[in-house]
Design a protein around this ligand. Structure first.
Ligand SMILES: C[S@@+](CC[C@H](N)C(=O)[O-])C[C@H]1O[C@@H](n2cnc3c(N)ncnc32)[C@H](O)[C@@H]1O
Length: 247
């Protein structure tokens, strides 16, 4: 499979490096804005991961990792973390961050004007614990094994078959499953949406699919901000949840 074209563009690379590694200063540059929505991938890990029940040898998998911030954040708590994404451009950027600890790209200001932005991995993260590869969430290698933590942040509503993906998680999750989604369904995959009809919300449909296999432990609203250019942003509020496999 190939990645959706948007995720292979320079625009998306700039947007996701800022979403993952930007601060209020680099995103808003003095403009008013939602400060609570900064560093979404770090908050996902901080607010959803149950660190009290992780073994010292914990392994994690971040599916749809994009440019890798949550993958690096998981490495604060897990000794081995794999990030998988279908975008070659994102995985190249994430791998450069793992190797060099930093990556500079131009970010749009207005029209043809750009300024440089340097994404940096925090110095207290063990970058050697992290690896990245290109892969398809709907066709993961069969011998991946089980993970203490599986994260899929803002992925399910990008997939042509979200139900198939959720059902496949039973073979991957040994400890905890962390999900976030703003349920921004794509028109082209309309027949496969989870709920989102008059009779059933997406959250109800998602719970129905996971409930036989997983117990819901936590629900959180997690705002995020994607900067398109200096004065245009997408503000979203993902619904975050933590699930534990039923015994
Ligand atoms: C909305 S972004 C979320 C990225 C990141 N998890 C975050 O929270 O910022 C969706 C990501 O899923 C990736 N993606 C889309 N379809 C995929 C697929 N079939 N398999 C793996 N990754 C996919 C995209 O390349 C993109 O990085």
């Amino acid at each position: 499979m190939s990645a959706p074209p948007h995720y292979e563009s320079d625009q998306a690379l700039a947007e996701y490096l800022l979403l993952h590694y930007g601060t209020a200063e680099s995103l808003l540059n003095g403009l008013p804005g939602p400060h609570e929505a900064m560093e979404f991938p770090a908050r996902v890990v901080r607010e959803l991961l149950d660190t009290s029940r992780l073994p010292s040898s914990a392994k994690a998998l971040d599916i749809g990792c994009a440019v890798g911030r949550s993958t690096f954040e998981l490495a604060r708590h897990c000794v081995e973390v794999h990030g998988i994404d279908s975008s070659q451009k994102f995985i190249l950027a994430a791998s450069t961050l793992a190797k060099e600890g930093k990556l500079e790209v131009p970010i749009p200001v207005e029209g043809a004007i750009t300024v440089p932005f340097e994404a940096q991995v925090s110095g207290d993260i063990h970058r050697a614990r992290v690896s990245f590869c290109v892969g398809d969430a709907l066709n993961l290698p069969p011998k991946l094994g089980k993970f203490d933590v599986v994260l899929a942040a803002n992925l399910i509503c990008r997939l042509p078959q979200p139900k198939q993906f959720l059902e496949s998680l039973t073979t991957l999750v040994g400890g905890q499953l962390l999900l976030t989604t703003p349920f921004t369904w794509l028109e082209e995959f309309r027949g496969s949406w989870l709920g989102a009809t008059e009779n059933c919300s997406s959250w109800e449909a998602l719970k129905e699919i996971l409930d036989p296999h997983f117990q819901l432990e936590e629900e959180k609203n997690l705002p995020f901000l994607i900067r398109e250019h200096a004065r245009k942003f997408q503000y979203g509020i993902a619904l975050g949840s933590r699930w534990r496999p039923r015994a």
